[in-house]
Design a protein around this ligand. Structure first.
Ligand SMILES: C[S@@+](CC[C@H](N)C(=O)[O-])C[C@H]1O[C@@H](n2cnc3c(N)ncnc32)[C@H](O)[C@@H]1O
Length: 177
């Protein structure tokens, strides 16, 4: 499994910023955790309880500094330099669950730390930014623009410092003030 494109693109940036500790939040099968551990970062991985059980059985989980389910994360204070969130926000549909997810990021990220978020973006042939039927339209559901990510993250103390689009995805870096 290859690492997420945004991590390839921004890995050196985070290194130059002095990042050493990373939380891969919604780590899935650990493709990004494994890559960053190989690059010398100290990596914690978190996911829903069932997925944590699954990834603990993967050989590459030995490279992790720790694994957490979402409940444990809401009581932890990891104080990491960087949180990764790749293709997780797309599959969280409820706003309460999204709020909990963002609150857990803020809780475990140090002040001045970075959040890298990569999500599916809208295709040009879908409704576009003005769609008001967001979760009811198949083409628009569970996709984001960078402005929509801003509206979810800026109220929590983040500011966006970079973003880019590719065909089906948008990736953005935020810093916690
Ligand atoms: C599409 S996979 C992406 C996995 C990984 N980030 C990657 O890019 O390979 C989405 C992951 O998010 C996890 N997930 C879904 N809802 C979550 C939540 N509320 N909190 C944390 N993880 C969640 C899923 O269990 C799954 O492992």
């Amino acid at each position: 499994m290859t690492v997420a494109k945004s991590i390839n693109r921004y890995c050196n940036f985070f290194r130059y910023q002095g990042a050493e500790t990373v939380l891969d939040y919604g780590a899935g099968k650990l493709r990004n955790s494994r890559y960053l551990a190989e690059q010398g970062f100290t990596v914690f991985a978190a996911d829903l309880p069932d997925q944590v059980e699954r990834f603990r059985d993967l050989p590459c989980s030995d490279a992790l500094a720790g694994g957490f389910d979402t409940d444990q994360l809401s009581h932890a204070r990891l104080n990491v330099d960087l949180v990764l969130s790749t293709y997780v926000f797309n599959i969280i549909s409820g706003s309460a669950e999204k709020d909990t997810y963002v609150a857990n990021i803020v809780r475990n990220l140090k002040k001045g730390g970075y959040l890298l978020m990569e999500v599916r973006c809208r295709r040009p042939d879908s409704c576009g930014d003005g769609c008001t039927h967001y979760f009811n339209h198949a083409d628009c559901a569970r996709t984001f623009t960078h402005q929509e990510l801003d509206s979810l993250l800026l109220p929590h103390g983040f500011r966006r410092i970079s973003h880019y689009y590719r065909k089906h995805a948008v990736a953005a870096i935020y810093q916690l003030d």
